[in-house]
Design a protein around this ligand. Sequence first.
Ligand code: ADP
Ligand code: MG
Length: 706
Amino acid sequence: MRPTEQKLDSKITYLKSVGPHKAEILNKELGIFTFRDLLYQFPFRYVDKTKFHRIKDVKDPNVSVQVKGKLINFEQVKGRRQSRLTAMLKDESGFIELVWFKGMRWIQKMLVVGETYVVFGKPNFYKGKKSIPHPEMEKLSEASGTKKLSFDPVYPSTEKLDAKSLGSKGRRTLLKYLLSEIGPQDLKENLSPDLITKLKLPSRYDSLVWIHFPPSEEKLNAAINRIKFEELFFLQLRLLQMKKHRNLRFIGSPFEVVGDKFNRFYNEKLPFELTNAQKRVIKEIRADIGSGAQMNRLLQGDVGSGKTIVALMIMLIALDNGYQACMMAPTEILAQQHYQTLLEQLEGLAIKVAFLSGTVTGKKRVELLKLLAQGDIDILVGTHALIEDPVIFKNLGLAITDEQHRFGVAQRAKLWKKNKKAPPHILVMTATPIPRTLAMTVYGDLDVSIIDELPPGRKDIQTVHRKENQRAHVLKFMHDEIAKGRQIYVVFPLIEESEKLDLQNLQTGYEQLLQFFPPEQFQISVVHGRMKPKDKDAEMQRFVEGKTKIMVATTVIEVGVNVPNASVMIIENAERFGLSQLHQLRGRVGRGAEQSYCILMSSYKVSKDGKERIKTMTNTNNGFEIAEVDMRLRGPGDIMSTQQSGILDLKLVNLVADHKILQTARHLAQDILDEDPNLEDTKYSNIKGYVDNVLKRKYRNWSRIS
Ligand code: ADP
Ligand code: MG
């Protein structure tokens, strides 16, 4: 076996017609340095020349068309600035004008009036008249061979590339040269024979030829399908291998028993019956922490699905096994809320719970750290202050982080070091549902548990869309709700480019509200990101305690706050918010027994995407459905930030459209690894060879993902 695919690694200058100058442009504009780079830059679309349009049906200025008709007459037209040559083409349905501004004499010589031509080009529409400027023309007799009835690939190009004839046409020429240099022996098959048979895939070599030079639509599709599968298969293989290796490498503290603390809580304290989803998730986590390997698990559950109680019960298992546990939240308020909840729910169970954040200082802090290091604190709840250096546990067995998207990867990594003997088990909880396909790729090496069921008796939040002319109704509605004893959030968008404008928005909105809710009668809280954390928390606290009835805020309230009495969420300029943000904000209400409402206010002019976001919100409360739409609108790269972008560097795959291929690839990769973790069987030698020799370089840059 070749150690690497040498031929493909040849510098692009070794290709016929590519000199240093062209090579430099290919490097700079497209990142093409080698034969492989050229071969693996795929067309982003194909021009369908297999079909003929009727001239009558030519309507879309954005789509190139192929028509067939008789050339009628030429005419020289003198324009003010530029003269042109025109001709008419006629088929049984109508006429279209053909136009040339250059090479007119030559055109007139080459084309024969009265002949039938196959004409290809992008149509123009001007004052009801159709034309095709500078069409590609071919006499029907010549075109009727199969040659022109093809899919022509279109490659990404730039002005510079076009200027050097390295646009689509030029690239096709380069690829032709390339394919005359390399053959099947240089593109060794990288999938196992049984996969190829089972999935009826064309060979690697054929696929790469066909994707650039499609012999037919069917073969083109087969090639695209195969290359997509390959991308996803090797990605999944890698992720699953990482997961496996990590499980082997990091011995976790095995939580073998479920003891007194868990059982007493379960039997005496559990405030409600767990949902089936909660039970299932607890089982999954228990199996994981009891296995002897370190747990790295993502717990997904929509807002209000009851993740806290799951966290609590898992922490009790840690305690039952003689370990400490900690739970981190991204904000002071949220951490405080968790602390209060734990105190209440664990009352009478002789479990020491403590709170730590930046606000715990002086003697109190010193004392707390001492107790923690001695093992006299069982559960520590707090903000990211928990992971700072001087915080030392006696033996931390489990670390839980809530609302994952606010925690950086680096912060989570610090948790690993908090126990000297073995890294603690890690449970990351997120209320931002991640589309399944993304979870499978970006978090493909993490275990995932999903709570996909809300506690019983929840009333769906009613969501409506209102425009400015309905403001009076909205204000009246607010009055009525407050009269019923409810509280209301009014949220203004945060526009990053202009903090000033944000505040102005908020300020204007606040002043407007004051006119309708005079301060003598109503207390209004105002919270925004520019306030000192202390003031912000104090203001929040007033609302939490019910002292203020309306909370006017920027998105700082997005995460976690629990005010069950708040039943109305009004989002101003809702069209400016992203879907997941809207969903998070809406999740602030609907936490009590009352019917809750979310009112999306918008201006009259809303973009197409904005409309779709608002419509999605009014249509569904399901976070997973919303996440899917979000991914469709924004693309996966935008949802996951930089850290994971390397993983999402998929050339052909669209995670939204290709989810089925993804699932197949993941299952098959899993099956293979289950059967033969090190790919030692000769039937996997193709796969192993490719992973070891070709992909290894690519993976070198992959840091641990999680
Ligand atoms: P989240 O998943 O958003 O963190 P919480 O854990 O805060 O949700 O739970 C939301 C509310 O639902 C809390 O008041 C909690 O006590 C309640 N809750 C959780 N699980 C159940 C259940 N199985 N039955 C009834 N209420 C529940
Ligand atoms: Mg929560």
